[in-house]
Design a protein around this ligand. Structure first.
Ligand code: SME
Length: 151
């Protein structure tokens, strides 16, 4: 599955007639459509020089959490740890920000540009324990491709 998606993502992101924002929006919608356990797919980016994340393009239900301070929730923790964060059961997690009652598991993978953590991709699933090492490798690939168009 992931091996067929990878080249499609590269193609989608190389559509230079669309803005970066439009391509990231299309990418979120593509991932949500192709992967049935990916129920909410979005990007958060560092908000200028502030110690906070700002919601970028996403696909799925609207969220109230458009700004997340560094350290808060899974996303805010990844902003400071620079590490992937896989949550098999969100109800068992301290320091978690609930976006939707239906969400059971979550993965957040940081996005690096020239070695700097500038944001992250966040996936929520309505399926418990939806994310594996393969998802981590796949989303690292996705973020690496995204970094290439963010100059
Ligand atoms: N659950 C995230 C907040 C973002 S929403 O999932 C869209 C967190 O704990 O950081």
């Amino acid at each position: 599955m992931f091996s067929t998606l990878r080249p499609q993502i590269t193609t989608l992101l190389s559509q230079t007639d669309s803005s970066v924002e439009e391509r990231l929006q299309a990418l979120c919608e593509f991932l949500k459509k192709e992967l049935e356990t990916y129920n909410w797919v979005g990007f958060y980016f560092r908000n200028g020089d502030r110690e906070e994340l700002k919601l970028g393009p996403y696909a799925g239900a609207p969220t109230d959490h458009t700004i997340i301070p560094f350290g808060k929730g899974i996303c805010g923790q990844v902003a400071v740890s620079n590490e992937n964060f896989v949550v098999p059961d969100v109800q068992a997690q301290d320091n978690y920000i609930a976006c939707s009652i239906s969400v059971q598991s979550e993965i957040v993978v940081p996005l690096f540009l020239k070695g700097e953590n500038i944001g992250q991709i966040d996936i929520d699933s309505d399926t418990p324990d939806a994310f594996t090492k393969e998802d981590e490798r796949f989303l690292e690939f996705v973020n690496n491709e995204v970094a290439k168009i963010m100059v």
